[in-house]
Design a protein around this ligand. Structure first.
Ligand SMILES: O=C(COP(=O)(O)O)NO
Length: 249
């Protein structure tokens, strides 16, 4: 398969300087698999990005949790892709379900953000996922395909894209998807990429799972053939994140 395992830590809107110091210490002192085996990217809030980047061991990269949809300027409160590149931040999470639901980010807006971030040289963790209502109505794949299509219509090169399947009903709820549920959607997503982009992109693009991943459930999920890693929320703030990083070994 040849897809390097990928573990992202999404700190969301959390952290004080003391808490950030403690998390960085855990990350710097943890026994983690080599970068040949796993790619690790942690995503602090914007305000902590420079200090975390400066203090983290070199094997662990950083990501922003969002960025603006076009070149910076008169967009009060926004942070541009160019600023992240200027800071040496290599990754950005885009299209997280919390932004789609709380801030009304549409599939098209997320697609535009992904295209612009890539054009500026950022690497992107692009989030997709359905709500409980959508799953219960049997429209999971329709939703996830539409979210992915809005990205595919706007980009040509998938080299720097990781797709994060994060079922909304599993985020922050403790109701983790079963390994079979995760595998089913990841496999269908990969088939969608093969049919609508290319076999090569389908084969090489990492599709990672997010939604109540913990040190206790990560191994079983990681064992599934189309689960290429994780995007972890709550547990990325805890020592168990080290176990999740090592879950593919
Ligand atoms: O939103 C998530 C997952 O959050 P939890 O692990 O806390 O469910 N990742 O981006």
């Amino acid at each position: 398969m040849g897809r390097k395992f990928f573990v992202g830590g999404n700190w969301k809107c959390n952290g004080t300087t003391d808490q950030v110091d403690k998390i960085v210490k855990i990350l710097n002192e943890g026994q983690i698999a080599s970068t040949d085996v796993v790619e690790v990217v942690v995503s602090p809030p914007y305000v902590f990005l420079p200090v975390v980047k400066s203090q983290l061991r070199p094997e662990i990269q950083v990501a922003a949790q969002n960025c603006w949809v076009k070149k910076g300027g008169a967009f009060t409160g926004e942070v541009s892709a160019e600023m992240l590149v200027n800071l040496g931040v290599p990754w950005v999470i885009l299209g997280h379900s919390e932004r789609r639901s709380l801030l009304g980010e549409s599939n098209e807006f997320v697609g535009d953000k992904v295209a612009y971030a890539l054009s500026q040289g950022l690497k992107v963790i692009a989030c997709v996922g359905e709500t409980l209502e959508q799953r219960e109505s049997g429209s999971t794949m329709d939703v996830v395909a539409a979210q992915t299509k809005a990205i595919a219509e706007r980009i040509k090169d998938w080299t720097n894209v990781v797709v994060a399947y994060e079922p909304v009903w599993a985020i922050g709820t403790g109701k983790v998807a079963t390994p079979a549920q995760a595998q089913e959607v990841h496999e269908e997503l990969r088939k969608w990429l093969a049919a609508n982009v290319s076999a090569e992109v389908a084969e090489s693009t990492r599709i990672i799972y997010g939604g109540s991943v913990t040190g206790a459930n990560c191994k079983e999920l990681a064992a599934k053939p189309d689960v290429d890693g994780f995007l972890v929320g709550g547990a990325s703030l805890k020592p168990e994140f080290i176990d999740i990083i090592n879950s593919a070994t």
